[in-house]
Design a protein around this ligand. Structure first.
Ligand code: MLT
Length: 220
Protein backbone atom coordinates (compact mmCIF):
# COMPACT_ATOMS: atom_id res chain seq x y z
CA UNK A 1 0.00 0.00 0.00
CA UNK A 2 1.21 3.53 -0.70
CA UNK A 3 2.54 5.27 2.37
CA UNK A 4 0.82 8.58 2.70
CA UNK A 5 2.10 11.36 4.93
CA UNK A 6 -0.26 11.39 7.87
CA UNK A 7 1.30 14.41 9.52
CA UNK A 8 -1.94 16.32 9.86
CA UNK A 9 -3.91 13.42 11.23
CA UNK A 10 -2.68 13.54 14.80
CA UNK A 11 -2.90 17.29 15.47
CA UNK A 12 -6.31 17.41 13.79
CA UNK A 13 -7.92 14.85 16.09
CA UNK A 14 -10.40 16.56 18.37
CA UNK A 15 -9.47 20.06 17.19
CA UNK A 16 -12.71 20.39 15.22
CA UNK A 17 -16.20 19.36 16.31
CA UNK A 18 -15.82 15.65 15.40
CA UNK A 19 -13.01 13.27 16.28
CA UNK A 20 -11.59 12.55 12.86
CA UNK A 21 -8.62 11.75 10.68
CA UNK A 22 -7.48 13.95 7.88
CA UNK A 23 -4.96 12.89 5.26
CA UNK A 24 -3.94 15.66 2.88
CA UNK A 25 -4.07 15.26 -0.89
CA UNK A 26 -1.00 14.33 -2.87
CA UNK A 27 -2.88 14.95 -6.11
CA UNK A 28 -4.62 18.33 -6.18
CA UNK A 29 -6.84 17.17 -9.09
CA UNK A 30 -8.54 14.48 -6.98
CA UNK A 31 -11.73 15.47 -5.16
CA UNK A 32 -11.55 15.09 -1.37
CA UNK A 33 -13.35 12.04 -0.02
CA UNK A 34 -15.49 12.14 3.11
CA UNK A 35 -15.38 8.64 4.59
CA UNK A 36 -18.36 7.64 6.73
CA UNK A 37 -18.09 4.33 8.58
CA UNK A 38 -20.82 1.84 9.47
CA UNK A 39 -22.11 0.93 12.94
CA UNK A 40 -19.25 -0.10 15.20
CA UNK A 41 -16.62 1.43 12.95
CA UNK A 42 -14.52 4.49 13.56
CA UNK A 43 -12.45 7.13 11.80
CA UNK A 44 -9.77 4.59 10.87
CA UNK A 45 -12.01 2.02 9.19
CA UNK A 46 -12.43 3.38 5.71
CA UNK A 47 -9.01 5.00 5.26
CA UNK A 48 -7.62 2.01 3.31
CA UNK A 49 -10.77 1.98 1.16
CA UNK A 50 -10.39 5.70 0.44
CA UNK A 51 -6.73 5.22 -0.48
CA UNK A 52 -7.60 2.41 -2.87
CA UNK A 53 -10.45 4.35 -4.46
CA UNK A 54 -8.56 7.56 -5.10
CA UNK A 55 -4.89 7.27 -4.13
CA UNK A 56 -4.04 10.98 -4.26
CA UNK A 57 -7.22 12.40 -2.72
CA UNK A 58 -7.48 14.19 0.60
CA UNK A 59 -9.35 11.96 3.04
CA UNK A 60 -11.57 13.29 5.80
CA UNK A 61 -12.89 10.62 8.11
CA UNK A 62 -15.01 11.55 11.15
CA UNK A 63 -16.18 9.22 13.90
CA UNK A 64 -19.94 9.09 14.53
CA UNK A 65 -20.89 10.68 17.86
CA UNK A 66 -23.57 8.21 18.91
CA UNK A 67 -22.55 5.20 20.94
CA UNK A 68 -24.82 2.17 20.73
CA UNK A 69 -23.49 -0.14 23.39
CA UNK A 70 -20.02 1.22 22.70
CA UNK A 71 -20.40 1.05 18.91
CA UNK A 72 -20.03 4.41 17.16
CA UNK A 73 -22.85 5.49 14.83
CA UNK A 74 -23.86 8.70 13.11
CA UNK A 75 -27.43 8.83 14.51
CA UNK A 76 -29.68 7.01 16.95
CA UNK A 77 -31.94 4.14 15.98
CA UNK A 78 -34.84 2.62 17.87
CA UNK A 79 -34.32 -0.85 16.37
CA UNK A 80 -32.62 -2.36 13.33
CA UNK A 81 -33.82 -0.26 10.40
CA UNK A 82 -36.06 1.95 12.60
CA UNK A 83 -34.49 5.36 12.92
CA UNK A 84 -34.96 8.20 15.43
CA UNK A 85 -35.68 10.73 12.69
CA UNK A 86 -35.37 13.77 14.95
CA UNK A 87 -31.87 12.62 15.74
CA UNK A 88 -31.15 11.92 12.06
CA UNK A 89 -32.00 15.55 11.26
CA UNK A 90 -29.97 16.94 14.15
CA UNK A 91 -26.94 14.77 13.41
CA UNK A 92 -27.02 15.42 9.66
CA UNK A 93 -26.83 19.17 10.33
CA UNK A 94 -24.09 18.65 12.90
CA UNK A 95 -22.03 16.63 10.41
CA UNK A 96 -22.67 19.16 7.63
CA UNK A 97 -21.39 21.92 9.95
CA UNK A 98 -18.28 19.85 10.67
CA UNK A 99 -17.61 19.52 6.95
CA UNK A 100 -17.77 23.32 6.67
CA UNK A 101 -15.26 23.63 9.54
CA UNK A 102 -12.94 21.04 8.01
CA UNK A 103 -13.09 22.65 4.58
CA UNK A 104 -12.04 25.96 6.09
CA UNK A 105 -9.34 24.41 8.31
CA UNK A 106 -7.79 22.25 5.58
CA UNK A 107 -8.62 24.31 2.49
CA UNK A 108 -10.79 21.64 0.89
CA UNK A 109 -13.27 21.65 -1.97
CA UNK A 110 -16.72 20.17 -1.29
CA UNK A 111 -16.08 16.46 -0.71
CA UNK A 112 -17.53 13.35 -2.28
CA UNK A 113 -18.98 11.18 0.50
CA UNK A 114 -18.22 7.47 0.57
CA UNK A 115 -20.54 6.03 3.18
CA UNK A 116 -21.12 2.46 4.23
CA UNK A 117 -24.38 1.35 5.89
CA UNK A 118 -25.04 3.79 8.75
CA UNK A 119 -22.49 6.13 7.13
CA UNK A 120 -24.35 5.90 3.82
CA UNK A 121 -27.61 6.70 5.58
CA UNK A 122 -26.28 9.88 7.20
CA UNK A 123 -24.80 10.89 3.83
CA UNK A 124 -28.22 10.40 2.21
CA UNK A 125 -29.83 12.53 4.95
CA UNK A 126 -27.23 15.26 4.40
CA UNK A 127 -27.86 15.25 0.66
CA UNK A 128 -31.53 15.95 1.31
CA UNK A 129 -31.18 18.36 4.25
CA UNK A 130 -28.03 20.24 3.22
CA UNK A 131 -27.82 19.83 -0.57
CA UNK A 132 -24.80 22.11 -1.00
CA UNK A 133 -22.44 20.27 1.34
CA UNK A 134 -21.43 17.29 -0.81
CA UNK A 135 -20.25 17.37 -4.42
CA UNK A 136 -21.23 13.71 -4.81
CA UNK A 137 -21.86 10.56 -2.83
CA UNK A 138 -21.25 6.84 -3.08
CA UNK A 139 -23.86 5.21 -0.86
CA UNK A 140 -23.02 1.62 0.01
CA UNK A 141 -25.96 -0.46 1.33
CA UNK A 142 -27.99 2.68 2.05
CA UNK A 143 -31.62 2.83 3.14
CA UNK A 144 -34.18 5.60 3.60
CA UNK A 145 -33.03 7.75 6.55
CA UNK A 146 -36.08 10.07 6.57
CA UNK A 147 -39.56 8.91 5.59
CA UNK A 148 -40.64 12.39 4.49
CA UNK A 149 -37.62 14.58 3.90
CA UNK A 150 -38.26 18.27 3.31
CA UNK A 151 -38.41 19.50 -0.27
CA UNK A 152 -35.03 20.59 -1.52
CA UNK A 153 -33.01 20.83 -4.69
CA UNK A 154 -29.81 18.99 -5.40
CA UNK A 155 -27.81 20.68 -8.17
CA UNK A 156 -27.46 17.54 -10.33
CA UNK A 157 -25.26 15.95 -7.66
CA UNK A 158 -23.87 12.57 -8.83
CA UNK A 159 -24.84 9.71 -6.53
CA UNK A 160 -23.80 6.09 -6.84
CA UNK A 161 -25.94 3.70 -4.84
CA UNK A 162 -24.75 0.13 -4.49
CA UNK A 163 -27.19 -2.32 -2.92
CA UNK A 164 -26.78 -6.00 -2.11
CA UNK A 165 -29.22 -8.40 -3.81
CA UNK A 166 -29.35 -10.54 -0.66
CA UNK A 167 -28.94 -7.77 1.91
CA UNK A 168 -30.81 -8.90 5.07
CA UNK A 169 -30.89 -5.30 6.43
CA UNK A 170 -31.98 -3.26 3.41
CA UNK A 171 -35.10 -4.47 1.53
CA UNK A 172 -35.01 -3.77 -2.21
CA UNK A 173 -38.11 -1.56 -2.06
CA UNK A 174 -36.53 0.57 0.65
CA UNK A 175 -33.42 1.19 -1.47
CA UNK A 176 -35.68 2.00 -4.44
CA UNK A 177 -37.55 4.55 -2.30
CA UNK A 178 -34.29 6.31 -1.44
CA UNK A 179 -33.33 6.43 -5.12
CA UNK A 180 -36.72 8.05 -5.87
CA UNK A 181 -36.30 10.62 -3.06
CA UNK A 182 -32.87 11.61 -4.35
CA UNK A 183 -33.92 11.75 -8.00
CA UNK A 184 -36.98 13.86 -7.15
CA UNK A 185 -34.57 16.41 -5.68
CA UNK A 186 -32.39 16.51 -8.78
CA UNK A 187 -29.60 14.06 -7.98
CA UNK A 188 -28.10 12.08 -10.88
CA UNK A 189 -28.44 8.65 -9.31
CA UNK A 190 -26.83 5.51 -10.65
CA UNK A 191 -28.24 2.54 -8.73
CA UNK A 192 -26.77 -0.93 -9.02
CA UNK A 193 -27.79 -4.05 -7.16
CA UNK A 194 -24.80 -6.34 -6.79
CA UNK A 195 -24.66 -10.02 -5.89
CA UNK A 196 -24.09 -10.40 -2.14
CA UNK A 197 -25.42 -9.13 1.15
CA UNK A 198 -24.75 -6.16 3.42
CA UNK A 199 -20.96 -6.54 3.31
CA UNK A 200 -18.81 -5.02 0.61
CA UNK A 201 -17.22 -7.14 -2.13
CA UNK A 202 -14.53 -6.49 -4.75
CA UNK A 203 -17.35 -5.65 -7.19
CA UNK A 204 -18.24 -2.65 -5.00
CA UNK A 205 -14.65 -1.43 -5.32
CA UNK A 206 -14.65 -1.77 -9.09
CA UNK A 207 -18.02 -0.02 -9.40
CA UNK A 208 -16.93 2.85 -7.16
CA UNK A 209 -13.63 3.40 -8.90
CA UNK A 210 -15.36 3.39 -12.27
CA UNK A 211 -17.99 5.87 -11.05
CA UNK A 212 -15.41 8.17 -9.46
CA UNK A 213 -13.43 8.23 -12.70
CA UNK A 214 -16.51 8.84 -14.84
CA UNK A 215 -17.80 11.64 -12.60
CA UNK A 216 -14.36 13.25 -12.55
CA UNK A 217 -14.03 12.88 -8.79
CA UNK A 218 -10.85 10.80 -8.96
CA UNK A 219 -7.73 11.79 -10.82
CA UNK A 220 -7.29 9.58 -13.87
C1 MLT B 1 -28.32 1.84 10.16
O1 MLT B 1 -28.14 3.02 9.90
O2 MLT B 1 -28.79 1.45 11.24
C2 MLT B 1 -27.91 0.85 9.11
O3 MLT B 1 -28.66 0.86 8.02
C3 MLT B 1 -27.76 -0.50 9.59
C4 MLT B 1 -26.58 -0.59 10.47
O4 MLT B 1 -25.87 0.37 10.67
O5 MLT B 1 -26.37 -1.68 11.01
Amino acid sequence: MTTVPDALAAPARGALSFTHRFLPATDPAAAPLLLLHGTGGDENDLIPLGRMLSPGAALLSPRGKISEGGMPRFFRRLAEGVFDEEDVVRRAHELADFIGEARAAYGLAAPVAVGFSNGANIAAAMLMLRPDVLSGAALLRAMVPLANPPAGTLPGTPVLMLSGAADPIVPANNAARLVAQLEQRGARVEHRTLPGGHGLTPTDMTAMRDWLTRTGAAAA
